[in-house]
Design a protein around this ligand. Structure first.
Ligand SMILES: Nc1ncnc2c1ncn2[C@@H]1O[C@H](COP(=O)(O)OP(=O)(O)OP(=O)(O)O)[C@@H](O)[C@H]1O
Ligand SMILES: [Mg+2]
Length: 569
């Protein structure tokens, strides 16, 4: 999709209102600019009462200002100051709206990226490094808002200013103005031609290396203990520095490139003005008229120069940041415009059947789940055994609706499920092997944003997993958090928080994937017996390397090389 089409799709009606008002203020500020330049004519006429302009356009301006009030220098001074004040108020309002537009655009884009990626299925996340996603949510959204949209808006505003000033100058001196315009277009085209490819390459490098730098930061902070023990700090620092400096290097080069046109322009403007003085001197123009014409040109140039420099800088920035638009794909745009997150209604079930279930990861050679057939009733207690790497967690991930691209069928109450969301359509409690923690209180870790349940029920859950004391220590009210990745609690406590989180759902299916292996045998047995009592009429699936954990199960299966065999009837 073309960049301009993508940008159009990122904008909503209210954005267009805001954009129109920004442009409106720019036009107003521009006309006031022209007026403030034009008012110099009566000012000069007041200074030299005997003036008679050769230039017809100057005489016309003088006629325009031929009111009594403009011939009194006191009034004229007040008018000039007032015009400049008003002009700047209008200008600042335009800039305020522009900043507001970019801020709104950024927050919306960033929020949508975050939500888009969070709602993606698990398979997507297996195949995409989170650093790249974080880069899109933070850096790329920022770049698109402040280094792409903002220059685009200000370029539009500056173009309008240029057109107005050039029209004014054209009326004053058509030949000189057309030459200026031709010269500007020539510089713009040459500059564009020379730098386009290079800036595009820099933009690509920026995007790649900013993501990789972020990846190094993330990997290192999440593996701190091993890094300290194996003294791997420098390994990570060097890798980070490599990507960060390459990224910064692209920024430095692009910044330098966009300073070049400014210097070329400045030299050209000065040369043009000196050239103009010679022409006017040779034409024997009066001194006042020379000074006035020069003042108008210098003032116009001083207004045009920043505008032109800005447009040139913006062209550079566009070329440098255009790659950021690549992250805005059709899929994202669809989500962005509709924001439709479908909610499935949970329902009760009596039987779950897996029919010829097979699956292989895109990068794995053999089938990880190999033609599995299973029937599970709503009050079964299922135990699953099997060597490490045999496919137990993969099977559970398919059943839980985390992996979608499997072959075969999952039936609930003998009906094929419509979406591939597996047991997510039911009330599911799932404790993965490495349970998640957030840097919040125990209660918030258990709730994970779900609606509050009755206190009595919550306390019952705490009791089931023996977490009452810990809940008090890191309580919600005292606002004590358990540390990043649960650094302030033990591994076993962390696992118990994970189980409590699953129980909070009051699940009809509870899956525990090696969820208690960090807990001492006595506590583990107590928790398991509590769970079996509390969920005696629910489906429980326990994966464990310890047969002892499965002693209360009515069916036990073993998984080997993705194939399932029943070992207890
Ligand atoms: N994203 C992936 N891409 C490719 N292969 C994968 C991926 N995830 C897991 N595997 C492979 O699939 C196989 C089964 O993994 P799985 O996690 O299901 O094993 P498991 O039976 O749960 O083992 P454990 O008892 O150690 O937890 C392993 O060989 C593993 O290397
Ligand atoms: Mg596993």
């Amino acid at each position: 999709m073309k960049p301009i089409l993508k940008i159009k799709k990122l904008l909503f009606i209210k954005d267009y209102y805001l954009l129109s008002s920004i442009l409106f203020f720019s036009v107003c500020s521009m006309f006031m600019d022209i007026f403030s330049i034009g008012i110099l004519v009566p000012l000069f006429a007041n200074l030299d009462k005997n003036i008679a302009f050769e230039n017809e356009f100057l005489n016309n301006i003088l006629d325009f200002f031929s009111f009594e009030i403009f011939s009194d220098i006191k009034y004229l001074s007040i008018i000039i100051i007032s015009i400049f004040v008003a002009k700047n108020i209008v200008y600042l309002t335009g800039r305020y709206l522009e900043a507001k537009f970019c801020y709104t655009f950024f927050t919306r884009l960033s929020k949508n990226f975050f939500s888009f990626y969070l709602f993606k299925n698990y398979s997507f996340h297996i195949n995409n490094n989170s650093a790249k996603l974080i880069r899109d949510i933070t850096f790329e959204s920022n770049v698109l808002s402040y280094n792409f949209m903002q220059p685009l808006i200000s370029s539009l505003a500056e173009c309008i200013s240029l057109i107005v000033i050039l029209t004014f100058l054209f009326l004053l001196n058509p030949i000189a103005t057309v030459s200026i315009l031709g010269f500007l277009i020539f510089i713009a085209l040459t500059f564009n031609l020379i730098s386009k490819k290079y800036l595009n390459k820099l933009g690509k490098q920026r995007q790649l290396h900013s993501g990789l730098a972020l990846k190094e930061l993330q990997q290192s902070f999440s593996n701190l203990r091993e890094i300290i023990i194996y003294k791997a700090q420098n390994f990570f620092v060097e890798k980070y520095d490599l990507h960060n400096s390459t990224n910064a290097n692209t920024g430095f080069k692009s910044k330098f490139i966009y300073s070049i046109p400014r210097s070329i322009l400045e030299i050209s403007v000065i040369s043009a003005i000196i050239f103009l003085i010679f022409i006017m001197l040779s034409a024997k123009t009066s001194f006042t008229e020379i000074v006035l014409t020069l003042s108008i040109y210098v003032l116009s140039a001083s207004r045009m120069m920043p505008a032109i420099t800005k447009i040139f800088a913006n062209i550079t920035t566009f070329m440098y940041t255009q790659k950021a638009l690549n992250v805005v794909n059709d899929d994202f745009l669809n989500f962005y415009r509709k924001n439709n997150v479908s909610k499935t209604k949970k329902f009760e079930f009596s039987k779950i059947s897996l029919k010829n279930l097979s699956f292989k990861y895109p990068t794995s050679k053999n089938k990880i789940v190999n033609n599995i057939n299973l029937d599970l009733k709503n009050n079964d207690k299922i135990g699953i055994l099997g060597p490490s790497g045999s496919g137990k967690s993969t099977l559970i991930n398919i059943m839980s609706g985390l992996i979608h691209d499997y072959k075969g069928r999952i039936l609930i109450n003998n009906k094929k499920i419509k979406n591939k969301n597996g047991l997510l359509n039911l009330n599911l409690g799932y404790v993965p092997q490495n349970s998640l923690t957030i840097d919040e209180s125990i209660e918030e870790n258990i709730r994970l944003g779900r609606p509050k349940i009755k206190r009595q029920m919550y306390n019952k859950i705490l009791k089931t997993v023996e977490l009452q004391k810990l809940n008090k220590r890191f309580s919600y009210n005292s606002n004590k958090s358990i540390g990043e990745r649960g650094a302030k609690i033990s591994g076993g406590q962390n696992q118990r928080v994970g189980i409590a989180r699953a129980l909070y759902n009051q699940p009809s299916v509870l899956i525990l994937d090696e969820a208690l292996n960090a807990i001492d045998t006595k506590t583990k047995n107590k928790i398991l017996s509590n769970i079996f009592k509390l969920y005696s009429n629910k489906l429980i699936i326990i994966i464990s390397h310890s047969k002892d954990d499965l002693k209360n199960c009515n069916k036990i299966f073993s998984i080997n090389n993705g194939k399932v065999a029943r070992i207890k009837y």
